[in-house]
Write a protein that binds this ligand. Structure first.
Ligand code: GLC
Length: 751
C-alpha cells in the first residue's frame, strides 16, 4: 500500500467532504470548488504505481500518458514562443500534414523585447493562449529566457536580449498573459543555454555572482513573480551535471530557494540518468531517443521504486506537480473555448511588429517617405520576399498568412508609385548528395544548385536603384543553418551572400537608399553604414511584417523600438569573444565553456571597458524628439528596509510635431569603490510613455528592492552596500539625459 504523507487537515477535509457527498456525485478531486491541494490529496492515493510512472514521461512526441480510468487526460505540450506549432506526428518530428493548424505568427521574441512593453507582452501571450486552447494545447514551450551572452547564438531571436531586468519584465508580462488564458508557460532553457554549439554536452563554467546576477534573474522573476506553471531544463551541463537533473540548479535554487511548485520538464532528450532524474528534480521526461518503456523515468525508475532504492515519495512529488498544473489550467473541468486566426489576433501581431522596429539611423530625415513626392521605389534583397515563419526548428510556425516586406511596400505605396523588385542576392539552395572522398569513404555533401551569378544579380539591383527615386534594401539573415536557428550558431556577424558589397554599390548609385535589416540579433554594418542615410532594424516581424515595415517607412507609425542588445562594431569587441576559444565556443563536445567575462555581459562590458559599440543597448530613434526635465527620487523608505521600492520620476515632453513613444530607462551606477567589483551601470527600471506633439507627462519608474544590490557569494544572498548611488535617466544606455543620486544609509541584506 502506497502511503503518501499529506497534512492531517487535508485528510479531515477530504473525509468530511466525501461523507457529505452522496456516492453517485463526482469525487472531490473533480470538484473545482475545492482547493487544488485538497483535490490532489484526494486523487493521488487513487493512482497505481504504473499510472503514476506513466504520467512522468512522454507517451508520444508531445504528450504524457493520462489515466482514463480516473478521468485524467494526457497533458498536451506544444512549441513555441511565437505561436502554436503545427501538429507534429505522434512519434516522429514529421509534420502531421493537417490543414487545420494554420495559426497567428507573432514577431519573434527579441522583437517583442525591443518594444520594451510588458503590457504588450501580455497581449502577445494572450493571443497564443487563445489559439493553444483552440488547438487543444495545455503547455506552451516558451518563453525562452536565456541571456544573449554571444551575438552568435543561433537562438538569440527566441530570447529577450542581453539584460536581466528587461528580460524579466517582458517574461513576467508574457507569463501573466498566457496563464490568464488557462495555458501553462514552460520557461526555457533553465539554465545557461547561451549557445547552440555543443549544447547537448557542454559544461558551463560560470562564477556564482554572474549566474545569480545575469543568467538566473529572468527565471527567478518568472517563477516568483510570474508564477510560471512549468520550467524546461536545458541540454547543457552546470557543475558537471545535466541541467535537466541538477542538484544545485533544481533542488537547491529552483525548488528550494525560489519555492517552485510547478513541473520541471526536460528538453527533448535532455535526460541522461534515471537516479539523477528521480532525485534531482526532473518531473516530466520528454523526447528521449528510446522506446517509451525504456525512458529513464519509465521501467528503469519503476524497478528502483519497487526495490525501495528510491522512495515512492519521489514519484508522488512529481505526479503532484503535474496534477497541480492540470488543475491550475482547468484541464479536469474543461477550459473555455479558444479562438484562432481572428482579426483581433492579427491586430495584436501588427501592434507588436509596429513597436518592435528600431530606427537606427535617419540622417537628412530621409524617413518617413512622403508618398506625395515619390514616383518610383526600387525594392532590393531576397529578404524582401522570403517567408520566415517556417524556419528556425522548434519555433517554426505554419502561419495563416505572412505579409512579406515587398508586399507591404507595394500595398502601402498604392497605384501612384511604381515599385520594382530585384533580389540583389540569393541564398544558395543546396542539394544533398553522396560522394566518395580520397580515402574511398562515401559521405554526404551539400552541393549548391546553379544560380544567377552574383555580379549579374548586383548589376540588376544597382540599375534598378539608379532609376528609382528611392531604393529600399531588405537585407539580413534567415533561419537557415548557421544563421538564426536552433541547432547551430552563426559563424560571423557579417551579412551573408555578398550583401555588404551590394549595399555599397546600390547607395553609390542612389544616395537615397534605406537599409532594413531582418535578423534575430546584431549584424556588422561598419562596411556600409557611413554612406547609408537610413537604417532600420526589422528582426523577424511575424505575419504582419510587411505591413508594419511599410507603416514605419511611410510614417503611418512612429518607430518606438529600443535595442534589447548591444550592436558591436565588430564581433571581436564582444565580451564572449575576447578571451579565446575556451570562452566561446569552449573546448568542444563534452568539454567546458568558460564565462571569463563574468558579470560584464553586453553593455556592462562595453561601458566598463570603454569600448564604443556600433549602437548601444536601449538605443532607438523616433520621428519626433523628447525632452527630459525635473528628475526626483520619491523619498520612499525603499532602499533602507526595502519595504517600499524607490521610485524615480521625471517630466518627459514630446518636443516634435508627431505623436510618439519614448522608453525612459533608469540605470543605477554604484560607487567606484564598493565592497565588490560591479559593472559601471545597470538597467534597474524603465517605462514606455506615449505622447502627443507638445504633450508632457510625469513618468514614474519604481525600482525593485534589488536595484542597489549585488549577490554576495559569502552570505549566499543579496546585499546592498551603504553608499551613494548615481541614478541615470536615459533614452538609451549611452544617452543619459538626467542624473540624480540616492543614498543607502546602512549595508543590509535584500530579499
Ligand atoms: C528543442 C528545443 C526546445 C523545444 C523542444 C521541443 O530541442 O531546445 O526549445 O521546446 O525541443 O521541440
Amino acid at each position: 500500500m502506497v502511503t503518501s504523507r499529506f497534512p492531517h487537515f487535508l485528510t479531515l477535509l477530504i473525509s468530511s467532504v466525501v461523507f457529505a457527498a452522496s456516492a453517485e456525485e463526482r469525487p472531490p478531486y473533480l470538484d473545482p470548488a475545492l482547493p487544488v491541494e485538497a483535490r490532489i490529496a484526494d486523487l493521488l492515493p487513487r493512482l497505481t504505481l504504473d499510472e503514476k510512472v506513466g504520467m512522468i514521461h512522454a507517451a508520444t512526441k508531445f504528450t504524457n500518458a493520462g489515466v482514463p480510468r480516473l478521468g485524467i487526460p494526457p497533458l498536451h505540450l506544444s512549441d513555441g514562443p511565437h505561436g502554436v506549432r503545427e501538429e507534429i506526428s505522434p512519434d516522429s518530428w514529421k509534420p502531421a500534414g493537417r490543414t487545420d493548424d494554420f495559426i497567428t505568427y507573432m514577431p519573434v521574441s527579441i522583437g517583442l523585447a525591443a518594444s520594451w512593453n510588458p503590457e504588450l507582452a501580455s497581449a502577445y501571450a494572450g493571443v497564443i493562449a487563445d489559439e493553444a486552447r483552440q488547438r487543444g494545447k495545455d503547455v506552451m514551450l516558451g518563453p525562452g529566457l536565456n541571456i544573449m551572452r554571444t551575438p552568435l547564438n543561433g537562438r538569440n531571436f527566441e530570447y529577450y536580449g542581453e539584460d536581466p531586468w528587461l528580460s524579466s519584465r517582458i517574461a513576467v508580462g508574457y507569463i501573466h498573459g498566457m496563464q490568464a488564458g488557462d495555458v501553462a508557460v514552460c520557461v526555457k532553457h533553465y539554465a545557461l543555454n547561451n549557445q547552440e554549439t555543443n549544447r547537448g554536452s557542454i559544461d558551463v563554467d560560470v562564477d556564482e555572482r554572474s549566474l545569480r546576477e545575469i543568467y538566473l534573474p529572468a527565471f527567478e522573476a518568472a517563477v516568483k513573480e510570474g508564477k510560471a506553471y512549468s520550467v524546461m531544463g536545458a541540454y547543457n551541463r552546470y557543475l558537471g551535471q545535466h541541467c535537466c537533473h541538477n542538484e544545485v540548479l533544481v533542488n537547491q535554487i529552483l525548488k528550494g530557494e525560489w519555492g517552485f511548485s510547478g513541473v520541471y520538464v526536460s528538453d527533448w532528450s535532455g535526460v541522461h540518468d534515471t537516479r539523477e532524474a528521480a532525485l534531482y528534480g526532473m518531473d516530466l521526461e520528454m523526447g528521449t531517443a528510446k522506446p517509451i518503456a525504456e525512458y529513464y523515468l519509465a521501467n528503469p525508475l519503476k524497478h528502483l521504486l519497487e526495490s525501495g532504492a528510491i522512495p515512492l515519495s519521489v514519484v508522488d512529488d512529481k505526479v503532484r506537480r503535474i496534477l497541480r498544473l492540470m488543475m491550475q489550467t482547468k484541464l479536469f473541468e474543461g477550459r473555455r473555448p479558444g479562438s484562432i486566426n481572428t482579426p483581433q489576433h492579427q491586430t495584436i501581431a501588427r501592434q507588436v511588429a509596429d513597436q518592435a522596429v528600431v530606427l537606427l539611423k535617419n540622417s537628412d530625415n530621409i524617413l518617413p517617405l512622403n508618398v506625395g513626392s515619390l514616383k518610383s521605389i526600387a525594392v532590393i534583397g531576397e529578404d524582401a520576399v522570403r517567408l520566415q515563419a517556417r524556419g528556425g526548428q522548434s519555433s517554426e510556425l505554419k502561419a495563416f498568412y505572412e505579409v512579406t516586406p515587398l508586399e507591404g511596400i507595394i500595398h502601402r505605396a498604392g497605384r501612384e508609385i511604381s515599385v520594382t523588385f530585384s533580389p540583389g542576392y540569393l541564398a544558395p539552395i543546396f542539394r544533398r548528395t553522396e560522394e566518395t572522398d580520397a580515402a574511398g569513404v562515401r559521405k554526404t555533401v551539400m552541393v549548391p544548385l546553379p544560380s544567377l551569378p552574383q555580379d549579374q544579380l548586383t548589376e540588376r539591383a544597382v540599375a534598378a536603384a539608379r532609376q528609382a527615386d528611392v531604393a529600399i534594401i531588405i537585407a539580413g539573415m534567415n533561419h537557415e543553418i548557421n544563421f538564426d536557428t536552433e541547432g547551430s550558431d552563426k559563424l560571423s556577424l557579417r551579412l551573408p551572400y555578398g550583401q555588404d558589397d551590394l549595399i555599397a554599390k546600390v547607395v553609390a548609385a542612389n544616395p537615397r537608399t534605406i537599409v532594413v535589416v531582418m535578423a534575430g540579433g546584431p549584424t556588422e554594418m561598419d562596411p556600409w553604414l557611413p554612406t547609408v542615410p537610413a537604417v532600420v532594424q526589422g528582426w523577424y516581424l511575424g505575419m504582419e511584417a510587411g505591413n508594419a515595415l511599410a507603416g514605419i517607412l511611410f510614417g503611418d507609425v512612429n518607430p518606438s523600438g529600443k535595442l534589447p542588445c548591444s550592436f558591436p562594431r565588430q564581433l571581436a569587441d564582444s565580451p564572449a569573444h575576447t578571451f579565446g576559444p575556451d570562452a566561446y565556443p569552449g573546448t568542444g563536445r563534452g568539454g567546458v565553456v568558460h564565462y571569463k567575462e563574468g558579470l560584464l555581459v553586453g553593455y556592462r562590458w562595453f561601458d566598463t571597458k570603454k569600448i564604443e559599440p556600433l549602437f548601444p543597448f536601449g538605443y532607438g530613434l523616433s520621428y519626433t524628439t523628447f525632452a527630459y526635465e525635473n528628475v526626483s527620487v520619491a523619498a520612499g523608505t525603499g532602499a533602507q528596509d526595502n519595504s517600499q521600492p524607490v521610485t524615480v520620476e521625471c517630466d518627459v515632453t514630446n518636443t516634435g510635431s508627431r505623436a510618439g513613444a519614448e522608453v525612459v530607462q533608469i540605470y543605477v551606477a554604484p560607487p567606484a569603490q564598493g565592497s565588490v567589483p560591479r559593472p559601471l551601470k545597470e538597467l534597474k527600471g524603465f517605462a514606455k510613455v506615449f505622447l502627443q506633439p507638445g504633450e508632457k507627462k510625469r513618468v514614474s519608474v519604481p525600482l525593485s528592492p534589488r536595484a542597489f544590490a549585488y549577490y554576495s557569494v559569502e552570505r549566499k544572498g543579496w546585499m546592498a552596500d551603504a553608499a551613494e548611488y548615481q541614478l541615470l535617466v536615459g533614452s538609451s544606455s549611452r544617452d543619459i539625459r538626467l542624473t540624480t543620486t540616492f543614498a543607502v544609509h546602512d549595508t543590509h541584506a535584500v530579499p
